[in-house]
Design a protein around this ligand. Sequence first.
Ligand code: MN
Length: 401
Amino acid sequence: MPDPLVIFDTTLRDGEQAPGFSMRLDEKLQLARQLDQLGVDVIEAGFPIASEDDADAVRQVATSLTRPVIAALARCAPGDIERAAAALAPAKRRRIHTFIATSDLHLSRKLRMTREACLDAAVAAVRLARTHTDDVEFSAEDATRSDPDFLCRVVEAVIDAGATTVNLPDTVGYSVPDEIAGFFRTIIGRVPNADRATFSAHCHDDLGLAVANSMAAIGAGVRQVECTINGIGERAGNASLEEIVMVTRVRPDLVPVETRVDPSHLFATSQLLTELTGEAVQANKAIVGRNAFAHEAGIHQDGMLKDRRTYEIMRPEDVGVTQTTLVLGKHSGRHAVQKSCERLGLTSLSRRDLDEVYRRMITLADRQKHISDDDLRAIASEVVGAAARGTTEQAGSRFGA
Ligand code: MN
């Protein structure tokens, strides 16, 4: 039996704090409801100390959703923890997520704090958080660039203080898969009370490795991943939720975990986020991009029409996309033109008509990128008109007869 993988969605916190992705309260609520339908385990709804709006969003999400755990972010400071606890008060299931940087670079340059003071602040924050809820997550910011000996001390201490989830973020997206796997193996192997907490990865995509690093972390024993819809987040973004979920679905033979996410809601969730923020995903984005299930090349279209498994490793309907698109363009072949004509009800074309439609389509595609259904209808009616004027057609050779 595969282990359950906790999907911690931070679209409303890490994602929302990226430039261009801010959402109003009603929009956050709409997205939170969609995330609930999707089936994520934890929704990080905001960072209450950061603004009154964030606190409101956490409170509203905590009030309206009862199934998922609602998390709020807090630095390792009493004021932050109290603020997060207050915003989470209406939640049926609440988690305080407290964090502090553990790398020497962050400690000396940003926080101007010693390692010992960092350790004390982490332990005190987790203890305080535990007075408000039994579900406390601790994050060691910049964990992957922290001294492993010091990090082990911090992790052991926060678990002793009551942290139930320990998140070790690759805050700046600096790690590579083999390295992050070794990193988690080392920490989990060396911390004596590691079995009392769930380990979590939070990978950024600065080098395009966020999902690969998250998967490597899972292989090393991590059982929670922090991710976002469309991979949005600080800078180049976070690990993309839809990609992680579909890796677990498509490759259960190699991935030792399964999620509770219903993938048939993935596309709608991605679309909703796009609508709310006005930021589209790239056409070739895995799983949810416009071209993720589109085929234009003639050889691919021909293969797809014969057996879709030739070029599709998952069905578009599995992720909520209505159907595969066979895009007509200059790379398309006759087979796809014939199928497109059939789909448009143009079934009375002779084989010769179809050849002519195909030739005209290719000529038009040299001038414009995409051939729309209207273009194809116009071409077909020109061809049929020309054929009728020529009166050379034999009824028996009509296509589809
Ligand atoms: Mn982050």
